[in-house]
Design a binder for this molecule. Structure first.
Ligand code: 5RP
Length: 222
């Protein structure tokens, strides 16, 4: 039987195939992204630089001697590789379980190609079983929570947690995500919200899902 960590390692290896010489690479956050960082370390001399989506990822890249660049120094990243908390066949995602959603969304937005890597436990028919993270400016926490409740969700403050940007996270439980693109917009329009963990307006371009012994590739049909 293939274990979850073996699946993460396998999908990280597959993602390396999307890295070409002299690429600028965006690097995600989390245990699956960590497997990718380990693989990237093996080919670090081939790339021009990596942009980290969190302080934790920056530390790991640094430890492996992978060249780190600020996002401001490039007009576009060639590729962004990151995990997800949930993913659908439409390549819509929930991200932010680790609280890095804002920098992850910025890095994805600035990338030509977004390759999402995950094991098969993350593949769902509809987003929303995983509590949806929302990054919030601290003084707006209660106001935003009340607005979220009006949309039908149950927000819970992630206590004793600050994002890399110094903000709070509200995790929304029990919210129906029938229209991911619309809900992503609605949540972002609440004053005090920095961003939310639905990645649907800019979905993954390619979703690699590790199953027992094989990798399934889900991409936009042309
Ligand atoms: C962090 C994230 C991660 O991509 C997500 O939580 C998946 O993590 P893991 O690979 O450890 O399951 O969005 O903010």
């Amino acid at each position: 039987m293939t274990t979850q960590i073996e699946k993460k390692e396998a999908v990280a290896k597959e993602a390396i195939k999307y890295i070409e010489d002299d690429f600028f690479v965006g690097v995600g956050t989390g245990s699956t992204a960590d497997c990718f960082i380990a693989e990237l370390g093996k080919i670090k001399s081939r790339i021009q630089g990596a942009v980290a989506s969190s302080d934790a990822t920056e530390k790991k890249l640094r430890e492996l001697g992978i060249p780190i660049i600020p996002l401001d120094s490039v007009t576009q990243l060639d590729v962004y590789i990151d995990g997800a908390d949930e993913a659908t066949n439409h390549r819509h995602l929930i991200k932010g379980g680790g609280g890095a959603l804002t920098r992850e969304k910025i890095t994805a937005a600035a990338s030509k190609l977004f390759v999402c890597i995950a094991d098969d436990t993350k593949l769902v028919s509809q987003l929303g079983s995983f509590p949806l993270p929302v990054e919030v400016i601290p003084m707006a926490r209660s106001y935003v929570a009340r607005e979220i409740a009006k949309l039908g969700g149950t927000p819970r403050w992630r206590e004793n947690f600050l994002t890399d940007n110094g903000n709070y996270i509200l995790d929304i439980h029990n919210i129906k995500i029938n229209a991911p693109v619309d809900l992503e917009t609605q949540l972002n329009q609440i004053t005090g919200v920095v961003t939310n963990g639905i990645f649907a307006q800019r979905p993954a371009d390619i979703l690699l899902i590790a199953d027992s012994g094989k990798i399934n590739t889900i991409k936009r049909s042309v």
